[in-house]
Design a protein around this ligand. Structure first.
Ligand SMILES: Cc1cc2nc3c(=O)[nH]c(=O)nc-3n(C[C@H](O)[C@H](O)[C@H](O)COP(=O)(O)OP(=O)(O)OC[C@H]3O[C@@H](n4cnc5c(N)ncnc54)[C@H](O)[C@@H]3O)c2cc1C
Length: 402
């Protein structure tokens, strides 16, 4: 269903464009099954920035007045909101990773209930069908993700972290912020005490009667956790303040170097002497990523490197094997003084970039992160709930010239 190229992402966008207005606002909560056309299906492309949020919103606003496409624009901003929220509370991500490691050590992974859930053998028709859809397509509708997470936590009584991990391993759009925080939201952790309980009637209504599961939990007690540290604010980045010979290293968080560097004229084509890319989808989970995620991410990276290489007229390479040492070899072979990377928000790529920074520094090579204006402008507003954030959207659009 999802071809891992920017060209395919743009085709999805063009195809969906006429429906991004009132049709989307009215129909988006229905899940008609894999042939659905009421939602955009853009998330695998947005998540890897094969297409970026700004251009999606710009194209939609050219076609529809904000009054009719407001809902769609807000949904795109949910993605931005979650990223900005996690960026200010990295402890949430660290706890999630720690909890997963502990569950694995305690041997909870191979529990019979867990095995049945991820094999689509719970006996709950909807749940089992969605497991197969997720594994086969790498995608689930938003409402379905909510029902699934709710049934996992409240009906099957399984740890939310294992459900989040299962999603993250299989979703082509798997994203540290959107996935972890949405699972927390369903569990009653994200908005403390406020849970999401799936009901059979709601599922029947919004799946057009395809499913009417029996045996669902009828009560939901919110999970609790130790208090979180206060939000830490968004760190400034010294974007592209580098000299000498610069190499551009792409990764799976942002694969449209052309629009990224367009915003950063300080990194001009004269100093950019080489392009490379490295992705590690298996870092998503202690259990690695699904074959489909690996294939999508690897091909998307190749596409991103090929486009950047053609645009900047510089050799492009996809790096493999041990990360830091391969990048060091590349930097040495190209005689680089600095490596520029797209900014990596909280998640596995950020962890990888921190390790790389230290390795490059020991060889006298600087690492500089290039952050999109979209993120820099919006993230500071994501310290609290989505509703105050939503109030900022018109202003953010104006600041983006939209
Ligand atoms: C438990 C759970 C886990 C999720 N995990 C992820 C994930 O790992 N990665 C991910 O990208 N989204 C995740 N989402 C959010 C959402 O389900 C998907 O972004 C959406 O279903 C993607 O389909 P679409 O592109 O057709 O969306 P559309 O409805 O067409 O929306 C357009 C775009 O807006 C953004 N968007 C829409 N809804 C949301 C939302 N609720 N939260 C964040 N962004 C949104 C996406 O980038 C999406 O591509 C999760 C939601 C839940 C409830």
């Amino acid at each position: 269903m999802f071809t891992p190229t920017r060209a395919a992402g743009l085709e999805f966008l063009a195809d969906f464009l006429p429906r991004a207005g009132r049709d989307y606002a009215r129909d988006r909560n229905h899940d008609h099954g894999p042939s659905r056309t009421n939602v955009s299906g853009l998330s695998p492309y947005l998540r890897h920035r094969l297409v970026a949020e700004r251009e999606v919103v710009a194209v939609v606003l050219q076609q529809h007045p904000l009054g009719s496409c407001e809902k769609f624009v807000q949904e795109v901003f949910w993605r931005t909101y979650w990223k900005g929220w996690l960026e200010q509370r990295p402890e949430v991500w660290r706890r999630y990773r720690r909890d997963l490691a502990e569950l694995e050590l305690l041997g909870d992974y191979p529990s019979a209930d867990y095995e049945a859930a991820i094999a689509g053998r719970t006996g709950i028709d909807a749940m089992d069908a969605w497991v197969h859809e997720l594994i086969d397509t790498g995608y689930l509708h938003n409402h379905t993700r909510m029902w699934f997470a709710s049934m996992w936590i409240f009906t099957l009584d399984l740890p939310w972290q294992l459900g989040a991990d299962f999603f993250y391993r299989h979703l082509l759009d798997g994203d540290a912020a959107s996935n972890t925080l949405s699972w927390r939201w369903v569990a009653g952790l994200q908005t403390a005490g406020k849970t999401y309980l799936a009901t059979a009637s709601n599922i029947a209504r919004y799946t057009d009667g395809r499913f009417s599961p029996v045996g669902l939990a009828t009560s939901d007690r919110a999970l609790v956790e130790d208090p979180l540290p206060s939000p830490q604010g968004i760190a400034p980045v010294e974007s592209a303040a580098v000299g000498g010979r610069v190499g551009l290293l792409l990764h799976e968080e942002d694969l449209d170097a052309v629009s990224l560097l367009d915003e950063h004229p300080g990194l001009d084509a004269q100093r950019l002497v080489a392009v490379a890319g490295y992705a590690d989808p298996d870092a998503r989970s202690p259990l690695g990523a699904s074959h489909a995620v690996r294939r999508f991410t690897t091909s998307a990276l190749e596409d991103g490197v090929a486009r950047a290489s053609a645009h900047f007229g510089q050799p492009g390479r996809v790096l493999q094997d041990a990360f830091s040492s391969t990048v060091l070899e590349w930097a040495a072979s190209e005689g680089l003084d600095a490596v520029a990377v797209p900014y990596a928000p909280v998640g596995p790529v950020e962890e990888r970039m921190l390790a790389l920074q230290a390795a490059l520094a020991s060889e006298g090579v600087a690492l500089t992160s290039v952050r999109r204006r979209w993120d820099t402008l919006a993230w500071p507003h994501a310290a609290r709930g989505f509703f105050p954030f939503r109030e900022q959207i018109p202003g953010l659009l104006r600041q983006q010239g939209l």
